[in-house]
Design a protein around this ligand. Structure first.
Ligand code: HXC
Length: 278
C-alpha cells in the first residue's frame, strides 16, 4: 500500500521566506519531512542531529533542489551544548523563527527488564531534549517579538502502549510541557503547540517493528504487516507519511495558526479513536 503525497502544495510558495527554522532530528524520518516542507516554502532550515552522517545527505538533498539548509551537530540531552548551539545559529542567521522539537529515541522493551539507563536515555532525549531546546530558543524568539515552537508528540500514551513505558511517559510529559510553555510564553508572542502522529513507517519505525518478538524480522515483511495493520486498524486505511505530519507543522508555524497555542493536533487517520480490532 502506498502513502500518497498531496499532489499539489497546500500552502502558498514563499510562506516562510526569510525565516529560520531549526528542526531537531531533522536528518531523517519525520524531521526530514518537516524540514523538506518548510524549506520548500521558503524557510532556511537548520537540521540538528547527534549524527553528522544523518545530516550530510539530508542537507545535500535539500541544497540540490535549491533549498537553503545547514546542519548542526547537537545532542539535545546536553543543556549547555544546546544553549551554545542555539546561540551560534542565532549569531549566524540573526533569528530563529520556528523550532521543531522532533528528536526522539525509543525501542521496545518489557518494563520489568528495562535498565535505569534505558529509561533515562529515552526520557532525556524526548522530554528533557524538548525542554532544553525550547528554553534555549526562548530568549532569541522573545527578543525578536515572538516565534513558534512545534513539538512532535505521539498518540500511544492516550491508551498505553506495552513495551514503551519510557517513550509513552516522555511523550505524555511533552504534552504537559506544550500546554505549560504555551501559557508561560504567550505574553512574548511565542506559540507552543504539538503534533501527535499516528503510525508513520519511517526506517526507524520499521526497524523497531521488525525487532519485535513475533514480528517478521525483515523490513520488507514488516512493511507488509504494517499495511495489513493499516487496513484493519486505521479508519482512513493507510499509514501516514512524513508529509502528513509536516503539513500540520507548517500550518501551526504559519500565520494561519496565529490564534493557536497549547494545542495538540492529532494526525493519525483516526487510529487512536478506533477500538483495536485485535
Ligand atoms: C533494551 C536498550 C535497547 C533495546 C538500548 N537500550 N536499546 N534496552 N532494548 N532495544 C538500552 C541500552 O542497553 C542502555 O542501557 C540504554 O538503553 C542507553 O543505550 P545507548 O545505546 O547507550 O544510548 P544512546 O546511544 O544514547 O542511544 C539512544 C537510544 C537509541 C534511544 C537507545 O535507540 C537512539 O539513539 N535512537 C534514536 C533513533 C530512534 O530511536 N529512532 C526511532 C524513532 S521512531 P544500559 O543499562 O545497557 O547502559 C519513533 C516513533 C515511535 O520515535 C513509534 C513507535 C511505534
Amino acid at each position: 500500500m502506498t502513502t500518497p503525497q498531496p499532489p499539489v502544495p497546500v500552502f502558498r510558495p514563499g510562506l516562510f521566506d526569510g525565516q529560520l527554522a531549526l528542526v531537531t532530528g531533522g536528518g531523517t524520518g519525520i524531521g526530514f519531512g518537516v524540514a523538506q516542507l518548510l524549506a520548500e516554502l521558503g524557510a532556511t532550515v537548520v537540521l540538528a542531529s547527534r549524527n553528522q552522517a544523518h545530516l550530510d545527505p539530508a542537507v545535500e538533498q535539500l541544497r540540490s533542489v535549491g533549498r537553503k539548509a545547514a546542519s548542526l551537530v547537537l545532542d539535545v540531552r546536553d543543556a549547555d551544548g544546546v544553549k551554545a548551539a542555539v546561540r551560534s545559529v542565532a549569531d549566524t542567521h540573526g533569528r530563529i523563527d520556528v523550532l521543531v522539537n522532533n528528536a526522539a529515541g525509543n525501542f521496545y522493551v518489557p518494563s520489568e527488564s528495562m535498565s535505569a539507563n534505558a529509561w533515562r536515555s529515552v526520557l532525556e532525549i524526548d522530554l528533557s531534549g524538548t525542554f532544553f531546546c525550547s528554553q534555549a530558543v526562548m530568549p532569541v524568539m522573545r527578543d525578536r517579538g515572538g516565534g513558534r515552537i512545534v513539538n512532535i508528540s505521539m498518540t500511544l500514551h492516550y491508551r498505553g502502549w506495552p513495551l514503551m513505558a519510557h517513550a509513552t511517559a516522555a511523550k505524555a510529559g511533552i504534552d504537559a510541557l506544550t500546554r505549560t510553555l504555551a501559557l508561560e510564553w504567550a505574553r512574548h508572542g511565542i506559540r507552543v503547540n504539538a503534533v501527535a502522529p499516528g503510525p508513520i513507517p519511517t526506517e526507524g519505525v520499521k526497524k523497531a517493528f521488525a525487532a519485535l518478538p513475533g514480528q517478521p524480522h525483515d523490513v520488507f515483511s514488516a512493511e507488509r504487516a504494517m499495511d495489513d495493520y493499516a487496513r484493519r486498524a486505521i479508519p482512513l486505511a493507510r499509514m501516514g507519511s512524513p508529509r502528513d505530519i509536516a503539513n500540520m507543522v507548517a500550518f501551526l508555524a504559519s500565520p494561519a495558526g496565529d490564534w493557536i497555542t497549547g494545542a495538540i493536533m492529532v494526525v493519525d487517520g483516526g487510529e487512536w479513536l478506533q477500538k483495536s480490532p485485535n
